[in-house]
Design a protein around this ligand. Structure first.
Ligand SMILES: [Fe+2]
Length: 379
């Protein structure tokens, strides 16, 4: 069960997502959508009066995937859907949930409360499962018409979004345990289908990534069993464990960034990323030239990061998975230049691989990170 006290959830330790279905005579022409909410926070209070409060920025819904349909969704389609959500469905109104009762049981929370959506407040009941004492998962079905909303319709009613939409939460809380074992995150489907970078190359990264997760788990278990009292042998063991841990964590964190922001259509930076790059590098071309040169020069990684101490974007190099700690900087572009990233597809032509990397960048993901980390675009 969750420990007593106040637990805070948000985009940095969880995901809040929405799934929609389709109906109507030509339902097959539409897509089932997976939408991520990037602006949200929730507070779960466990104690004498347990409670759950959730606030959502209704303009922060981002289409992440569309399944079914005659054709794959393009970036433009996704942008149009997001605009429709803002202008015609949610109307930029506040979304919030306030519990009236939370029943705390062994491995579940039974939640009753009121959801405010599209200007109306009505009851909503759902359950959250508690897994391992620190992971919360659950889903709720929201019937749009109960909140006075008309499900979105196209093609004169022949294609509609189903009235029921499913809202899911999956969040991990800090735990009292020293470490939790980690599981590899699955690859998003778009990463298997990149332009110029083969599925085999992606799988080569992914196998290494899974190896780093296994290594990290092995090390944290060894660390938990290591006696810290002063014996030279212990210090030497501890040194190698801690050095290897940094290397494994670098391999995990860097690859998670890499996979997450590939699968797009490249091109010029858009939105907040474009504004930051223009301001700090002078132009998108100058930024790209410097990051490419950094990737050619380094042995492992090149990153564009927002450095909070410098107050600007900078391109940094990492010669190995473990040379990443530029403290107080948020990586926004992570370019893997290890040999496994390009040898299969490009032989020794690393420059051609870097061009392919740029061509597959998903700027909407980069913009989401800028939003999530509240990086100021003006100064
Ligand atoms: Fe890699």
């Amino acid at each position: 069960m969750l420990p007593e006290g106040t637990h805070t959830l948000g985009p940095k330790n969880g995901t809040l997502s929405v799934r929609t279905g389709r109906a109507g005579a030509v339902a097959k022409a539409g897509h089932n959508l997976l939408i991520h909410v990037i602006g949200w926070n929730a507070t779960v209070e466990i104690g004498d009066e347990s409670s759950l409060v959730l606030d959502v920025d209704s303009t922060s819904l981002r289409v992440r995937d569309g399944t079914g349909g005659m054709q794959a969704l393009t970036a433009d389609d996704m942008a149009n859907i997001e605009q429709t959500i803002n202008d015609e469905v949610l109307l930029r109104t506040t979304i919030g949930f306030r519990s009236t009762s939370v029943q705390v049981e062994d491995q579940r929370l039974g939640v009753e409360g009121e959801l405010t959506l599209s200007g109306q407040t009505h009851p909503l009941t759902f359950e959250l499962a508690v897994d391992g004492g620190n992971r919360l998962t659950g889903r709720a079905v929201v019937k749009q018409s109960d909140w006075g909303m008309t499900p979105y319709t196209a093609l004169f009613g022949a294609l509609t979004v189903t009235d029921d939409v499913e809202v899911a939460i999956d969040a991990t809380l800090p735990t009292a345990e020293e470490f939790e074992l980690m599981r590899p995150k699955p690859l998003k489907p778009a990463v298997y289908d990149l332009d110029g970078i083969s599925r085999l190359s992606v799988l080569a990264h992914y196998e290494l990534y899974k190896g780093y997760v296994a290594k990290r788990n092995e090390i944290v278990e060894k660390l938990a069993a290591t006696d810290r009292r002063s014996a030279n042998q212990v210090y030497s063991d501890l040194r190698s464990l801690k050095v290897d841990l940094a290397f494994a964590l670098g391999g995990i964190k860097n690859h998670e960034l890499y996979f997450e922001h590939l699968g797009g259509r490249g091109g010029k930076p858009a939105g907040a990323a474009a504004a930051l790059i223009e301001r700090d590098f002078g132009s998108a071309e100058a930024w790209r030239e410097d990051l490419k040169a950094t990737g050619m020069a380094g042995r492992g990684w090149a990153w564009t990061a927002y450095d909070w101490d410098e107050g600007r974007l900078l391109n940094y190099a990492g010669d190995a998975q473990s040379t990443f700690p530029i403290w107080n900087a948020v990586p926004l572009v992570a370019l893997d230049v290890y040999e496994h990233a390009y040898m299969l597809d490009f032989g020794t032509d690393r420059a051609a691989y870097i061009d392919a990397f740029f061509a597959n960048l998903d700027w909407s993901v980069v913009n989401d990170w800028i939003w999530t980390h509240q990086i100021p675009v003006t100064r």
